[in-house]
Design a protein around this ligand. Structure first.
Ligand SMILES: CC(C)(COP(=O)(O)OP(=O)(O)OC[C@H]1O[C@@H](n2cnc3c(N)ncnc32)[C@H](O)[C@@H]1OP(=O)(O)O)[C@@H](O)C(=O)NCCC(=O)NCCS
Length: 150
């Protein structure tokens, strides 16, 4: 399905953190805590962006910026709001913001079985550069390392 509307992407603020933590709990087997997410708001070396619909946070992306690398740590969209271009808008916005911070690349790990996320990143121009064996737990699985050169 093609997105018919532009999605509004903004910086994560403290008011978004409860919704984001709820999504982490729904979606991931090792969710980030509300406290960890709250610590990322406005951080010098963190960049978290959200997409809101009708006053609820429906998607988010986050990264650490270390030297010239923006290392993505979180990407997710609420199951009821998928295939509307929200993740694409979030990751594109993150690439643009990372570039403004002087980053030369955006990197991430993704479960080798996560076909939907891999398709998203490939569509955005990320390329696979390696495998981290046994990177994930719950369940244990290899990670594909992907890089986007800005
Ligand atoms: C992966 C995820 C973030 C994608 O979010 P989304 O908002 O539905 O993605 P988008 O609508 O922006 O999709 C953009 C493109 O990615 C690809 N894509 C996304 N979901 C896909 C799916 N289920 N199957 C195949 N391709 C998919 C498509 O190319 C899509 O473009 P199209 O809809 O025009 O075909 C979402 O499925 C999710 O939250 N999954 C669970 C959490 C997760 O796996 N996060 C990634 C951790 S590394």
């Amino acid at each position: 399905m093609t997105a018919l509307t532009e999605h509004s992407v903004t910086d994560m603020e403290q008011r978004h953190v409860t919704d984001v933590a709820e999504l982490e709990n729904i979606i991931f087997s090792s969710p980030w805590s509300e406290k960890s997410l709250a610590e990322c708001v406005g951080g010098k070396n963190t960049l978290f962006l959200v997409c809101e619909k009708d006053g609820r946070t429906v998607g988010y992306v986050g990264c650490y910026t270390v030297c010239d690398d923006a290392a993505i740590t979180n990407v997710a969209v609420h199951p009821d709001h998928r295939r509307q271009g929200i993740a694409k808008a979030l990751v594109k916005a993150l690439i643009s913001r990372a570039s403004e911070r002087g980053c030369a690349q955006v990197s991430l790990e993704v479960r080798v079985s996560n076909a939907s996320a891999i398709a998203l990143y490939e569509k955005l121009g990320f390329r696979s550069v390696g495998i981290r064996r046994g990177f994930y737990s719950k369940p244990r699985e290899d990670a594909l390392i992907m890089i986007y050169e800005i």
